[in-house]
Structures are given as structure tokens and as C-alpha cells.
Design a protein around this ligand. Structure first.
Ligand SMILES: O=C(O)c1cccc(C(=O)CC[C@H]2O[C@@H](n3cnc4c(=O)[nH]cnc43)[C@H](O)[C@@H]2O)c1
Length: 217
């Protein structure tokens, strides 16, 4: 069993926080806090939360949009790489990530051992799990063109959300391990919020809380 002394879980909105909290129950070593929506607020709030206790690991958790044919509604996606997809510059030929511009990196690796253990635990609990890249965007994808562009740029991306890279940036500043765990509420493409299955994604998120507790307490 993995032993991690103290874990901070960041969720964007209250409904996600409550779902994770229902799953983890009453434990001493795991705190859940709100990041707000989007990478900027997520980074600021995670950095602030990290000043309040001595954490070993940070988890960005919540619902997400899945890439068609790479994830399905109700799946759990575990991020192996957390990529800020829109951090860089456009050019006439291609998108230039900030790595290529020489201003740092738009990619943070998740803790490999914890991602593998989390996948295994969720599967043991009967959950369908996929691993790969999770992209962070400030704008939710709302057209088939943008979805196709992202599919092409990130060939191993399985999900998009809005906070992972921000949470990971704050964790990386303190050399802390990071994980991103997402449950798929919708597939990315033409915007139709009526198609989002938030209820199922929140129920699955609760199950990920159970797995986090089983693995880390
Ligand atoms: O309306 C509700 O009841 C409700 C309950 C829980 C969560 C929400 C959200 O809208 C959460 C926003 C949060 O979800 C991520 N997300 C979900 N789908 C996508 C997507 O297709 N593309 C990008 N992000 C997505 C994102 O991280 C948002 O912060 C509503």
C-alpha cells in the first residue's frame, strides 16, 4: 500500500468537491479545496492552499470533456501528462507551444507510480479507466473544428478540462507530486450542454474519492 502523509485535492466547483468528499469520507490526511474554474484561478488558489499545510501530493480532480473514440462518458481518465494546450503562439504553419518559444514548458508530468496505482485500484473496483494526456484549456471546446484540431495536435489526449495545468504549476513550484483524475461528463465537439451527463460523472467522481482513500490512507 502506498503511504502519502498529506494530500490536497483541488476541484473547480462545489458539486465536484462534495462528490469527492462523499467518496473519501472522514480522513485526516486528505483535504479538498475549491480551485475555481480555469487555470489562472486554479494556480492561485492551489498555491494559497499549499501555504496552509505541509502537503506531499496535489490532485486536480473533477469532471471533463472526453476526446471522441479515446474516452467515453462515465470513464475515468487519469492524466500521465498535463498540457496547457493554448499556452504559446499561433503561426501561419502551426501552433508554437511556449517550449518552442523558449519561455518554459507547457507540459507537466504526473507522478508515474501514483497514476499506475490509481488506475489499478479503480479497475479493481470495477471502474473503466483510461490513461493519457489531459489538456488544460481556458476555453471549453465548442466546435467540431476545434475538437479535430486538438485531436491532431495531441494524439494521446483523452480529455480536456480547465484547471489541471494550473494546479500542477502550483504543485511544481513546491516540487510536489501531482495527479489529475477526471470523470467524463461529455464528449468534446459542437457545444450542447444538454448532452452533458453531469450526474453520472459526479457519481463516478465519488467512486474516485473512494479509490483515493483506499490507496492513500
Ligand atoms: O451544472 C452543474 O450541475 C455542474 C455540476 C458540476 C460541475 C459543473 C461544471 O460545469 C464544471 C466545470 C468544470 O468541468 C470541466 N469540464 C467539463 N467538461 C468540459 C469540457 O468539455 N471542456 C473543458 N472542461 C470541461 C472543467 O474543468 C470546468 O472547470 C456543472
Amino acid at each position: 500500500m502506498t503511504k502519502v502523509v498529506k494530500i490536497l485535492i483541488m476541484t473547480a466547483v462545489e458539486a465536484e468537491k462534495e462528490a469527492v468528499e462523499r467518496g473519501i469520507g472522514e480522513v485526516q490526511n486528505i483535504n479538498v479545496a475549491l480551485s475555481g474554474v480555469g487555470p489562472a484561478q486554479a494556480a492561485a488558489r492551489t498555491a494559497f492552499a499549499l501555504t496552509k499545510d505541509d502537503y506531499d501530493m496535489v490532485i486536480s480532480a473533477g469532471i471533463a470533456g472526453g476526446f471522441k473514440n479515446r474516452a467515453e462518458v462515465g470513464d475515468v481518465v487519469i492524466g500521465e501528462r498535463l498540457i496547457a494546450a493554448d499556452l504559446g503562439a499561433e503561426s501561419s504553419e502551426s501552433f508554437l507551444p511556449i517550449d518552442e518559444l523558449g519561455f518554459g514548458s507547457n507540459e507537466i508530468a504526473a507522478d508515474a507510480s501514483s497514476t499506475q496505482q490509481m488506475s489499478a485500484r479503480l479497475r479493481e473496483n470495477g471502474q473503466k479507466v483510461r490513461s493519457g494526456t489531459i489538456v488544460t484549456l481556458s476555453t471549453v471546446t465548442g466546435t467540431e473544428d476545434t475538437a479535430a484540431m486538438l485531436m491532431q495536435r495531441f494524439t494521446d489526449a483523452r480529455a480536456e478540462a480547465m484547471e489541471g495545468f494550473g494546479v500542477a504549476t502550483a504543485a511544481a513550484e513546491k516540487n510536489l507530486s501531482v495527479l489529475e483524475i477526471r470523470t467524463i461528463s461529455n464528449l468534446i465537439g459542437l457545444r450542447n450542454k444538454e448532452n452533458w451527463n453531469i450526474k453520472e460523472a459526479l457519481a463516478t467522481l465519488e467512486n474516485t474519492g473512494v479509490a483515493i482513500k483506499e490507496l492513500f490512507t
